[in-house]
Structure formats: C-alpha cells, structure tokens
Design a binder for this molecule. Structure first.
Ligand SMILES: NC(=O)c1ccc[n+]([C@@H]2O[C@H](COP(=O)([O-])OP(=O)(O)OC[C@H]3O[C@@H](n4cnc5c(N)ncnc54)[C@H](OP(=O)(O)O)[C@@H]3O)[C@@H](O)[C@H]2O)c1
Length: 324
C-alpha cells in the first residue's frame, strides 16, 4: 500500500489530514516530527481505527542534521520493505514564533529554517524515492500575499533573499517582527514549490508539486507562542465572525485538514502541479498566490541560495531537479 510522509501530521491541520488519508484513502503513513512521544499515540489511533501501517520518525525540520538523519531512515525503511512505496510528501510542519529573533543549531533564523529550509532539504533527499504520479504538497499561508487582508493584517512578506533571511538580525539592524518573518518563510515556500514544478515539467517527471493555504484556522497549536489571552480570543467564535467579515480567508481544522488530504491523494488534483489551492469558508478553491510568488528569477536565486544554506552535496541533488 502506498505511503505518505507528513511533517507535523500528529496535530492540528496535519492530524486531521493524517486521519483522512488513513480512513478515506486507506493510505499508510510516516509521521515525521520532533517528539516520538507526541506522535506515537496518534500513530496508535490510526493503526487501531483504520488498520493502516503508521511509522513515526524523529524529524526536526529546523535542524539540517535531523532532516538528513530522517531522510536516511526513510530510505532504509523503503529498502527493507517497512514502507512499500513513497506516494507523497506533505511539508506541513510550521511555526509562527513570537518575541525576539531566535536561531537554530545551524545558526539560521528559526521560522525560516523550520518552515522552509528543512522541507527543501527533505524533498531533495527523498525525491528519487517518490513514486511516479506522486505528489509533494506544501502547507503555505495566505499571509504571504500583501495584496490580501490576510497579508496586510499579519505582517507583509517582503524579504526574499535566502541568505539574508537565514541570518536576519545578525547585522545589528532591527529585524522584522515575527509575523513578517513567518509570512516571508511561506512566500519562500511557494516560490520554491513553483520552481520545483518547473523543474519537474522540464525533466518530464510525473510528480506534482502543489502549494496550499489552509486559511486562518483556530483550534490548532499554531498560536502557542502567543500570550494565552490572545490564543483564547483567536479561538472564540466572535473573533472568527469578525475576521470573516473583514475578508480574512477562513479555514477550520476539519475542513482544512481534509482538503490537504484531498490535494495529496485525490485523483481530481493529479494535474495540480504548480498551482495554489486555498480553503476558504468551507470551499477548496484554486486561486492565485501573490504577484511576487510567480517571479521566476527570484525563485531561481532562492533555489540556488538555499542549496548553499543546506550544504547540499552534488550527490544529494536528484538529476531531475538540477537545472531547468
Ligand atoms: N492555523 C492557522 O491559522 C494556519 C494558517 C495558515 C497556515 N498554517 C500552516 O499550517 C501548518 C500546520 O499548522 P497548524 O495550524 O496545524 O498548527 P500546529 O497544530 O501547531 O501544527 C504545527 C505542526 O508543526 C510541527 N512542528 C513545529 N516545529 C517543528 C519542527 N522544528 N520540526 C518538525 N515539526 C515541527 C508541530 O509539532 P510539535 O508537536 O513538535 O510542536 C506541529 O505538529 C503550518 O505549516 C502552518 O504554518 C496554519
């Protein structure tokens, strides 16, 4: 039975997606996350309820060493038959931090490394094991688009130079706030998803690269870095009503998680490569992402700079992804 590897598949939107992939599509899963203890109860629930195979691997997307170790473990699992075939990768883990800029063990700004860099490396290292017709799906965010209410409200993405972003705040200048850093990391993710699509099409690959915005979704662990009163307010139905009236793209854990599963596994989305889908008020639609996200020159520079940042070795880069 085909397997989907999902990061952050044990909580929030990712958990609902994992449940749907197992229950509705009958797919096996590999859950990748920082804590085996947090993932194991979910893995057990999915095995028991839906009879699928679920493995857990330690995968901290903010650490290049951890991503390399997790990719190696996945490859071993494929080699020894623990995983039958890798049908897709869902790059879903993400953080929106609060407070002063923090850096990972590699010395990179944490949101940028967690949301974007780690997923770039993971896909590079596993790409050659993804089955034909497979899908790579990226959970992005509407906040990346400054021309939307989502973008204007939460911090406009502006910085797109990967080396500068990874090292932001180290030059003594005041760094952008956490919301802006988050939105920018998601812009990078979309630029990258589209660049991956262009390379895949050029090489004749049948694998799809798809970007997805789940919409503003309360009831997940997403705002855990915010003060408690703020978290409670954002989860209230009154606040959700106000946000919807303001024109914010609204998701829900149930709908947005199931939509992520659909994009990953449903035949309707087999031709979704290079596209951007969005959950909004109970509808899953194809829409346009920000103007900047279609800038091919920026995407190319981002790709090349990212390779430098993740110290990608020539033998780690799949031939299909080398150049378009
Ligand atoms: N909720 C929203 O309003 C919203 C809107 C747009 C986009 N999104 C995106 O949706 C995705 C899922 O978020 P969510 O709302 O479901 O929030 P969530 O419940 O907090 O899920 C985030 C997941 O990412 C994992 N994660 C965080 N840092 C990680 C790291 N360094 N390595 C590996 N895993 C890590 C978390 O695992 P731990 O248990 O280890 O913390 C958790 O499973 C994120 O990419 C987020 O940016 C959310």
């Amino acid at each position: 039975m085909p397997t989907i590897l999902i990061t952050g598949g044990h909580s929030g939107i990712g958990l609902e997606c994992s449940r749907q992939l197992a229950s509705f599509y009958g797919l096996n899963l590999v859950l990748g996350g920082r804590s085996l203890e947090r993932m194991e109860p979910v893995a057990q629930e999915l095995r028991t309820k839906y009879g699928v195979k679920v493995s857990t691997i330690k995968l901290d997307t903010s650490s290049l060493a951890s991503v390399r170790a997790a990719a190696a473990q996945c490859r071993n699992m494929l080699d020894n038959g623990e995983i039958d075939s890798l049908q897709g990768i869902i790059c879903n883990a993400g953080v929106r931090l609060n407070g002063p800029v923090s850096y990972t063990s590699d010395g990179y700004e944490e949101a940028f490394a967690t949301n974007y860099l780690g997923h770039f490396l993971l896909v590079e290292l596993l790409f050659d094991r993804v089955s034909d017709q497979g899908r790579i799906v990226y959970t992005a965010s509407g906040t990346h688009d400054p021309d939307t209410v989502d973008g204007r409200m939460l911090g406009i993405a502006a910085e797109y130079d990967a080396i500068g972003l990874a090292n932001i705040g180290k030059d003594g200048k005041k760094p952008p706030n956490a919301a802006k850093l988050y939105a920018t990391s998601k812009l990078c993710m979309i630029l990258y998803a589209y660049e991956l699509d262009r390379r895949l099409r050029k090489s004749g690959s049948t694998i799809a690269s798809i970007a997805y915005d789940p919409g503003l979704t309360s009831g997940t662990g997403f705002l855990r870095a915010m003060p408690k009163p703020m978290q409670r307010l954002s989860d209230s139905s009154f606040m959700n009503w106000v946000l919807k009236r303001t024109g914010v793209t609204m998701g829900s854990v149930d709908f947005s998680g199931k939509a992520l599963a659909k994009i990953t596994a449903d035949s309707t989305y087999a031709k979704g490569s290079g596209k951007y889908f969005q959950s909004n008020d109970g509808k899953l639609i194809e829409t346009r992402s920000s103007k900047l996200s279609y800038d091919e020159k920026r995407a190319l520079k981002l790709w090349n700079d990212t390779k430098t940042l993740v110290h990608l070795k020539p033998n780690e880069e799949p031939a299909e992804l080398r150049r378009r």
